[in-house]
Design a protein around this ligand. Structure first.
Ligand code: FES
Ligand code: FES
Length: 152
């Protein structure tokens, strides 16, 4: 099997996987980064969302070879900084219910704020619609994002 070098959470990792393997499987099965969740596997639910070069991407839908040389951040990388304002706001607002979708939600929120530091309610709704929450935590997600924006 071919070897690939990828840059995940600030470190270079080498993995040996089949060409075309989705990044999601590499993160979970090869690197044990199981904070990235498997939901639909076909690019619809967003639970597998990670940051690739600062943008939100569904890791089930990008192949290992397409991310070589790019910077990948998973929830484990974001959570290394316990003072991360998104994490703090998520805890203070008590966003999570079952929690399954929340790593993807937090990374989608991080990507939104990377691109747009002061999003409107509509822009927050549009960006966050990419990650489905079966527990219906959208109002608390919006509240947490607005808290981060207000406290900057
Ligand atoms: S598991 Fe990737 S979008 Fe659902
Ligand atoms: S918190 Fe349960 S799916 Fe979102």
């Amino acid at each position: 099997m071919p070897k690939y070098s990828i840059f995940v959470n600030g470190k270079t990792k080498t993995v040996e996987v089949e060409n075309g393997t989705p990044l999601l499987w590499v993160l979970r099965d090869n690197l044990n980064l199981i904070g990235t969740k498997f939901g639909c596997g076909i690019g619809i639910c967003g639970s597998c969302t990670v940051l690739i070069d600062g943008k939100a991407e569904k890791s089930c839908s990008v192949s290992i070879e397409s991310v070589e040389g790019k910077s990948i951040t998973t929830i484990e990388g974001l959570a290394e900084n316990r003072n991360n304002p998104l994490l703090k706001a998520w805890i203070e607002v008590e966003v999570s219910q079952c929690g399954y979708c929340q790593p993807g939600q937090i990374l989608a929120a991080a990507a939104l704020l990377n691109e747009n530091p002061n999003p409107s309610d509509k822009e927050i709704e549009e960006a966050m619609n990419e990650v489905l929450c079966r527990c219906g935590t959208y109002n608390r997600i919006k509240k947490a994002i607005k808290k981060v924006v207000a406290e900057k």
